[in-house]
Design a protein around this ligand. Structure first.
Ligand SMILES: [Fe+2]
Ligand SMILES: [Fe+2]
Length: 327
């Protein structure tokens, strides 16, 4: 992956996080590196000229990932009468767009094991949330053209990287965080008071991994996109996708993301009827794709969320373009 420019004026961010965590982050960055396949996929996804055959040749180098893609193509979602057994046929069935999404989701869930999470935390829910924000962000990018869909998809997938790190690598600190939230302290306040801001931790790791700056900024500002000093469209888009995922029943349960809808719609040049129509499509499409996501995580026990009723307040806000802060 090409060398990226470090965002300026943010070098003090390390001081905002717990000393123990800050001390260990560089080691984690070295030890928990993204698999080679993920870096290759990221590079391909950032290149507009990439075609299905390019993804196929990457997957062919990673037999485990290829096997999972073939297995997913045989899920009931695709309704095939004859089982698929080859990668090229699987890619044909799944389609290029979904293949990108699957390959990235599979790669990230392979990198971080969330099966042993601290008591009281829903690791599977965190994956489902990350996948749904990724998926919604990509679709929002398609309709708004605010950024490249692949950029939105990857930023959505990684937006809670800080939480993923805390859960999987700092269980003691995360346990303290849960104790505060259990006592009624809002998540964002609790993590700030403990020096465990997930936006900063995720950003620092993404920087350590030398991911492109657009992903770093999307992670850092996904709760406060107005503060993003560079291109703020992607942070705005992920912030909206985050809120929509919560309303669709795919929350990261600790947080309660807010979105300044009027500002977001202006920033993304998103007209109220377009957003309303988008929400309607989400209400039917998200429950349909969820079984494939559960299969991606090798689990099939979770009931579909389908809490689509809570979209209504956001739709009302979109219609009136009021909703200073929609929750
Ligand atoms: Fe977050
Ligand atoms: Fe989130």
């Amino acid at each position: 992956m090409a060398e990226t420019r470090r965002p300026t004026g943010r070098d003090d961010l390390e001081n905002q996080i717990d000393a123990q965590v800050a001390h260990r982050l560089p080691d984690i960055g070295r030890l928990v590196s993204l698999p080679h396949t993920m870096y290759t996929l990221l590079s391909l996804l950032m290149d507009e000229s990439t075609q299905a055959k390019d993804l196929q040749s990457v997957l062919e180098q990673d037999p485990a990932l290829a096997a999972k893609v073939i297995s997913l193509s045989n899920s009931a979602f695709y309704g095939l009468a004859t089982p698929v057994s080859t990668l090229d046929r699987a890619i044909l069935i799944i389609g290029f767009k979904e293949l990108e999404f699957m390959a990235m989701g599979l790669g990230l869930s392979e990198t971080f094991d969330l099966s042993q999470v601290p008591r009281g935390f829903d690791g599977e829910g965190l994956w489902l949330h990350s996948l749904s924000v990724s998926w919604i962000a990509r679709e929002l990018a398609v309709i708004t053209r605010a950024c490249e869909p692949s950029e939105a998809m990857i930023t959505g997938l990684l937006h809670e990287l800080g939480v993923i790190i805390l859960v999987s690598k700092f269980p003691q600190q995360f346990h303290e965080l849960l104790e505060l939230t259990d006592a009624g302290v809002p998540f964002l306040d609790a993590e700030t008071s403990l020096g465990l801001r997930h936006t900063v931790i995720g950003y620092l790791l993404a920087r350590n991994w030398n991911l492109p700056e657009i992903f770093q900024e999307g992670i850092l500002y996904h709760h406060d996109p107005k503060k993003c000093p560079g291109r703020n469209e992607i942070a705005a888009l992920v912030n909206l996708a985050d809120s929509l995922a919560h309303k669709a029943g795919y929350p990261m349960k600790l947080e309660d993301p807010s979105v300044d809808l009027a500002w977001t719609m202006d920033t993304l040049k998103l007209a109220p009827p377009t957003l309303q129509n988008f929400i309607k499509i989400l209400m039917t499409s998200l429950p349909q794709v969820q079984p494939v996501w559960l299969q991606m995580m090798r689990s099939g026990t979770r009931k579909p969320a389908g809490d689509t009723g809570s979209f209504s307040s956001l739709m009302d806000s979109a219609a009136g373009k009021h909703g200073k802060t929609a929750r």
